[in-house]
Design a protein around this ligand. Structure first.
Ligand code: ADP
Ligand code: MG
Ligand code: ZN
Length: 487
């Protein structure tokens, strides 16, 4: 049977505010800060303390809502989501439930089959929980609690079940990450857990409009884990339906070690959180003025930027997509393009997405660490365009620039890499190479014309790779033709 995947995502994004959601504790890097170094009576859930809403967290939430074309609700309500677990000292999490911050949005993504619109059902504010570390083995069995993350603002973004392939899931998740980064509300550092996913997965017979029974896979902390978990689930559900077995509505976890999902709880065990309105926080009333102020300060979003780069600089869609994955990459490109005098922006795009990224991949360095400034790259590309070095030498020069941080001029000068354009010199080299290879010359003259390429390589080698390739080719062809005629 042919099945259609149906996937909805819930994305938890930390909001990169200075302080926590309901207290003045600083938001710290939970992967490097000493445990419980940023905790106060409020986020530790001491009795008698009162929460005060962080205005910046709301502003960041609105920014995301606007970027996702949501309707920001004039009034939203905080609620208590009750459950008992040591990562949550209050015994409840403050969240939004029936009246979220924003509803009815959409995210447009590009896939190999064209544009897709994924509807966003809602986006609501909530507080993050603490982090537990379970210690067991060697006769020990206990858990450590770190409350640094407790009370950090989160935005939960819930999609409609509009994704129908792994590619769409990937495009939505990476598109969302790019938007959050562009808005400056989230670093996108997946290893630090600033974005976490829950995937709701079901399948249905191809062509059917009805939704199948879904499972929810919790705590997916990377794009990779999410894709693997969804793929695993789609296969498992198809296998069950093919055998006429039912799919149980369950909450699953992802077992990274064994690369499979496992049951965390069944529908019968589903939590009843006993939500009720948070009595300590008044309704959140958002004035239209404020929304308009925030809208007026919205930065250019990644897809719009990609489109503009294509139009403004004449670069290809694929290059524009790569250059706009990160804000600083697009900035680098635009600065470089602005510095170019002879070479075209298209050349800069090709060199960045080709040579520069290949080098980063190889060295494992981050983009922000590269030693070559946009201006230095522009200088190299102008020298290349003007024939000061040939294509291959330019790659070598760039390698040196990336390693040492020197300018193109400097590297070319120090290493003697300037292109040889002296026709007299090239002509002499051609003569010498032809004279030194009588056997090849004979084959060439006997009709093996492709040997011209071999001769080209030999002369280029004799020139230390620095000869101007078109001058070399011209000179070589001239001399060979002459020998052909006078034979
Ligand atoms: P909850 O997780 O609280 O039960 P919802 O029922 O509103 O919340 O759904 C949560 C997510 O599950 C949403 O992203 C939604 O798109 C997705 N979803 C709902 N039904 C299905 C389905 N049959 N298949 C796949 N995803 C679904
Ligand atoms: Mg859910
Ligand atoms: Zn605090």
């Amino acid at each position: 049977m042919q099945y259609e995947p149906v996937i909805g995502l819930e994305v938890h994004a930390e909001l990169a505010t200075q302080t926590k959601m309901f207290c003045g504790c600083r938001v710290v890097d939970t992967t490097t800060s000493p445990p419980n170094s940023s905790v106060c009576p409020v986020c530790a859930g001491m009795p008698g303390t009162l929460p005060v809403l962080n205005r910046r967290a709301v502003e960041y939430g609105i920014r995301v809502a606007l970027a996702l074309e949501c309707e920001v609700q004039p009034t939203s309500i905080f609620a208590r989501k009750n459950y008992f677990y040591p990562d949550l000292p209050k015994g409840y999490q403050i969240s939004q439930y029936e009246q979220p911050l924003a509803v009815s949005g959409r995210l447009t993504v590009d896939t190999s089959e064209g544009e897709r619109v994924i509807r966003v059902r809602r986006a609501h504010l909530e507080e993050d929980t603490g982090k537990l570390t379970h210690i067991s083995g060697n006769g020990e069995d206990y858990s450590l609690v770190d409350l640094n993350r407790a009370g950090v603002p989160l935005l939960e973004i819930v999609s409609e079940p509009d994704m129908h392939s792994l590619e769409e899931v990937r495009a939505y998740a990476t598109g969302l990450r790019a938007i959050l980064r562009a808005l400056g509300v989230n670093s996108g550092d997946m290893e630090k857990g600033v974005m976490r996913f829950e995937a709701n997965v079901s399948i249905r017979p191809a062509g059917s409009e009805q939704l199948g029974t879904r499972v929810e896979i919790k705590n997916l902390n990377s794009f990779r884990a999410m894709e693997r978990a969804v793929a695993y689930e789609l296969a498992r559900q198809a296998y069950l339906l093919d055998k006429d077995e039912a799919i149980n509505q369950e909450t699953l976890g992802w077992d990274e070690g064994n690369q499979r999902t496992y049951v965390q709880r069944s529908k019968e065990e589903a939590h009843d959180y006993r939500y009720f309105p948070e009595p300590d926080i008044p309704p959140l009333v958002i004035e239209a003025n404020w929304i308009e102020e925030i809208r007026a300060r919205m930065p250019e979003l990644p897809r719009a930027k990609a489109r503009r780069l294509q139009e403004q600089y004449g670069i290809a869609a694929a290059e524009a997509a790569i250059l706009t994955t990160e804000y600083e990459i697009a900035d680098y490109f635009e600065t470089c393009a602005g510095e170019l005098e002879k070479a075209s922006p298209r050349t800069a795009a090709i060199w960045m997405t080709g040579e520069l990224f290949a080098h980063l991949n190889q060295s494992g360095a981050a983009f922000s660490d590269i030693k070559v400034s946009p201006k230095d790259l522009a200088e190299l590309l102008d020298i290349l365009e003007a024939g000061g070095v040939n294509q291959n030498t330019a790659k070598i020069v760039l390698g040196e620039m990336l390693a040492s941080g020197s300018s193109a001029q400097q590297v070319i000068h120090d290493k003697g890499l300037a292109q040889v354009t002296d026709t007299g010199f090239i002509s002499t080299l051609v003569k010498e190479v032809i004279a030194a290879n009588p056997k090849e010359l004979a084959s060439y003259l006997a009709g093996k014309e492709t040997l011209v390429n071999w001769f080209f390589g030999q002369v280029m080698r004799a020139a230390g790779g620095k000869a101007n390739p078109s001058l070399l080719k011209e000179e070589l062809e001239k001399q060979l033709k002459f020998l052909q005629k006078t034979r």
